[in-house]
Design a protein around this ligand. Structure first.
Ligand SMILES: Cc1cc2nc3c(=O)[nH]c(=O)nc-3n(C[C@H](O)[C@H](O)[C@H](O)COP(=O)(O)OP(=O)(O)OC[C@H]3O[C@@H](n4cnc5c(N)ncnc54)[C@H](O)[C@@H]3O)c2cc1C
Ligand SMILES: *[C@@H]1O[C@H](CO)[C@@H](O)[C@H](O)[C@H]1NC(C)=O
Ligand SMILES: *[C@@H]1O[C@H](CO)[C@@H](O)[C@H](O)[C@H]1NC(C)=O
Ligand SMILES: *[C@@H]1O[C@H](CO)[C@@H](O)[C@H](O)[C@H]1NC(C)=O
Ligand SMILES: *[C@@H]1O[C@H](CO)[C@@H](O)[C@H](O)[C@H]1NC(C)=O
Ligand SMILES: *[C@@H]1O[C@H](CO)[C@@H](O)[C@H](O)[C@H]1NC(C)=O
Ligand SMILES: *[C@@H]1O[C@H](CO)[C@@H](O)[C@H](O)[C@H]1NC(C)=O
Ligand SMILES: *[C@@H]1O[C@H](CO)[C@@H](O)[C@H](O)[C@H]1NC(C)=O
Ligand SMILES: *[C@@H]1O[C@H](CO)[C@@H](O)[C@H](O)[C@H]1NC(C)=O
Ligand SMILES: *[C@@H]1O[C@H](CO)[C@@H](O)[C@H](O)[C@H]1NC(C)=O
Length: 591
């Protein structure tokens, strides 16, 4: 997602003396089971997962025994903002209140690095249930809320198996956490035991991977490897990987399992398209290898059918590509208060240029908001900046012709890593509620006026981004991988964001509801039977089965039921999740 980029560019704009825009920015505030059941027969016998004080909730000695099995790597959650509260778990004698620590935490709250070393902190604030909020009065409670109760700081597949066995025996809810980036709360869960993969960091370069379909360089990544770690490793071997925009998002987890777009999408397709092999522990605790020829149904489902659903992945092996040079281009047109009609005219012309750009391998990230429009950036492998300028020139001429002021710049970078590092330095992750919608390419041809009107409606009120691609170069057909087939006919994915309100929970809920009930419906109306990119979506979407997974839903569900016959893996909006309901007290029950 790209709003995080927005902050650093906004600061760049300020240094370019557009300080008068500050007042406009404040507008943003508006804002089959072949599986061997070898791990305990009774996980499905009860209607609801256990919560503390239930007779079935594990005893202290049960937890101690699990801790022993996993070599002392069991962590009991203390929410990271405990230093900002006078009590912990409603007990003042447990207080960890410490004003300097609290101030220090507040200073870095918005950065992913703050949450990465935590076994429990969701970056998307809503999924803490406001239970230990660093911005509230110290007298407010600090409780577990929707944080997981315990985590296994996993280092091996036997840790995965021990955690799965334990949750089956004790009917405890299971969660899988890698980085905690998930926007839909899929990596946390009230009263859950989590398998935390963050410290599984090994990487291997395979010079000539061989399979029926592919012979060439590949990289094997363990579950906890972050994008930037993988990119740097690939760079050191003269290759590049298909990954996302945020340096700390994990590659083997929810990102690739959910599809995964990024700078190379228009050239090579989704990250899910690049997968050659998964190592995965299923819901029955079996360790399997999934490839094109082995457990091929599981291989297919994990390639875009959603994280936290079919098994716990311990590693992924992906294709690597020869490194090359890159060009990037940026364009800014500001709304000065009187030029909105002209500005949206220009946005309309910009959208018309997108099909030819993506067909030339360009991945285009843009933002529209009350302050104006920003292309930030267009990025393309193997094309010199003069070539990119040439493609942009007709649009720039049109913008001049309209009489709008704009700023355009482009540059060239010798490798993927240098291009990537030029994109942004700081990422502000935990400050937007989000929702999304895919825009089919056909709409740009047939009804661009209606599209522009919807974009204007949304971006006049809050921030929206369009991540633009041609996703047809990684697969020969949309059904080759599990990812939502609608992605293949999409031109861009719109993400809508409203600022999180940390001090007023109800206002924050209202900000999400504005996405669900006011903003997204404008796009839904013009994209009937449409699609959504499941990782950048509204967690409240009522029709998630159809929109997040498209025609693949039924097949994905069959595969889930084969490899996770007792529904051990649950995540909101995941395949099969509609068979469960989470009560307000956090208890997860079958419906
Ligand atoms: C700042 C930011 C930038 C982003 N940029 C992009 C982008 O450029 N392109 C893009 O496509 N997406 C992007 N995303 C969305 C991103 O793909 C999702 O947030 C994704 O869920 C992150 O995966 P994770 O494993 O790092 O996170 P987590 O929150 O830890 O996990 C996400 C989901 O995957 C599951 N999961 C994690 N690890 C495993 C595992 N080993 N086995 C099975 N399931 C697992 C979890 O249970 C959960 O359901 C961005 C998100 C943020 C916050
Ligand atoms: C991050 O977001 C917060 C809240 O919107 C803002 O106050 C802060 O300036 C942002 N930080 C950066 C580095 O963009
Ligand atoms: C697990 O064991 C380790 C080492 O003995 C200990 O430090 C840790 O606190 C234990 N975890 C829990 C939840 O008891
Ligand atoms: C804290 O106080 C509670 C009563 O409020 C008591 O039950 C508990 O044993 C005390 N814990 C410690 C560590 O003193
Ligand atoms: C979540 O928040 C609501 C509203 O404050 C509360 O009623 C509920 O008990 C909370 N649930 C958990 C598990 O914290
Ligand atoms: C988790 O384990 C890693 C080593 O694998 C260790 O460095 C880290 O401190 C542990 N984290 C917590 C919170 O226990
Ligand atoms: C599961 O089965 C074991 C042994 O048969 C039993 O001890 C345990 O209580 C059962 N758990 C649940 C939640 O039914
Ligand atoms: C990959 O190989 C399988 C057979 O193992 C074949 O069915 C499939 O079509 C191949 N895919 C591509 C993209 O060549
Ligand atoms: C805003 O920009 C337009 C050009 O698009 C210009 O004509 C107008 O004078 C500007 N208004 C202000 C207030 O700067
Ligand atoms: C949050 O809500 C409070 C009270 O309703 C309001 O004063 C504040 O401006 C809001 N902040 C944001 C970022 O929306």
């Amino acid at each position: 997602m790209v709003f995080q980029l927005f902050h650093s560019f906004y600061r760049r704009l300020l240094t370019m003396s557009f300080r008068y825009q500050v007042s406009l920015l404040s507008l943003l505030v508006l804002s089959a089971a072949v599986a061997v059941r070898n791990l305990g027969p009774n996980a499905t016998t009860t209607h609801c997962r256990s919560v503390p004080h239930d007779a079935s909730w594990p005893s202290q000695s049960d937890w101690d025994s699990l801790n022993h099995t996993v070599g002392g790597k069991l962590i009991a959650t203390v929410p990271i903002a405990a230093a900002c509260h006078n009590s912990l778990f409603s007990q003042s004698n447990l207080s960890r209140f410490n004003q300097p620590d609290c101030d220090a935490l507040r200073n870095v709250w918005y950065y992913p690095e703050t949450h990465l070393p935590s076994s429990s902190s969701p970056m998307a604030y809503t999924f803490s249930n406001n239970s230990c909020n660093p911005w509230l009065d110290p007298a407010s409670p600090c409780t577990l809320g929707f944080h997981v109760a315990f985590s296994v700081n996993a280092t091996s597949t036997s840790d995965f198996q021990a955690a799965i066995k334990f949750t089956r025996e004790h009917n405890v809810r299971l969660a899988i956490r890698n980085t905690g980036h998930d926007y839909l709360g899929k990596s946390t869960g009230a009263h859950a035991l989590s398998i935390w993969t963050h410290y599984m960091k090994s990487m291997n370069f395979i010079k000539a991977y061989q399979s029926t379909n592919y012979t060439g360089p590949a990289v094997k990544l363990s579950a906890g490897v972050e994008s930037i770690e993988a990119y740097s490793f690939a760079h050191s071997h003269g290759v590049m990987l298909v990954g996302g925009n945020c340096p700390t998002v994990g590659l083997a987890g929810g990102y690739t399992q959910g599809g995964g777009h990024g700078p190379l999408a228009s050239k090579y397709g989704l990250s899910a398209d690049q997968v050659l092999e998964w190592e995965v522990v299923t819901g029955t605790g079996e360790l399997l290898i999934a490839t094109q020829n082995q457990n091929s149904d599981l291989f297919w489902a994990l390639r875009g059918g959603g994280g936290g659903t079919y098994g716990v992945v311990s590693s992924v092996t992906v294709k690597a590509f020869s490194d090359t040079f890159f060009s990037t281009a940026y364009l800014t047109i500001l709304n000065n208060g009187t030029n909105a009609d002209d500005l949206y005219h220009a946005v309309g012309l910009f959208i018309q240029t997108l099909p030819s750009l993506v067909d030339a391998g360009v991945y285009v990230v843009w933002v529209a908001a009350p302050f104006g429009f920003m292309l930030m950036p267009a990025i393309v492998p193997g094309l010199h900046s003069a070539g990119l300028d040439e493609m942009m020139q007709p649009l720039l001429d049109d913008i001049s012709h309209i009489g709008l002021d704009y700023q355009y710049s482009s540059s060239e970078h010798p490798s993927f890593l240098t291009a990537y590092n030029s994109l942004t330095s700081s990422w502000n992750v935990s400050d937007y509620n989000i929702g999304g919608r895919l825009i089919p390419r056909s709409l740009v041809d047939t009804d661009s006026d209606a599209l522009l009107e919807a974009i204007r409606y949304i971006s006049s009120r809050t921030l929206m981004s369009g991540v633009t691609f041609n996703l047809n170069n990684g697969v020969s057909s949309a059904d080759e991988v599990g990812a939502n087939p609608y992605l293949r006919k999409s031109l861009f994915s719109v993400t809508v964001g409203t600022l999180i309100n940390y001090t007023d929970w109800n206002a924050n809920r209202a900000a999400q509801d504005m996405i669900t009930y006011d903003l997204l419906p404008k796009l839904q109306a013009i994209t009937p039977n449409g699609g959504v990119y499941l990782n950048e979506a509204d967690f409240q979407a009522p029709d998630f089965k159809e929109t997040f997974y498209g025609d693949h839903y039924q097949r994905l569900l069959q595969i889930k039921d084969k490899y996770d016959p007792d529904d051990i893996f649950y995540a909101q909006t995941a395949v099969g999740s509609d068979r469960w309901k989470e009560n307000l007290d956090g208890r997860l029950c079958r419906v």
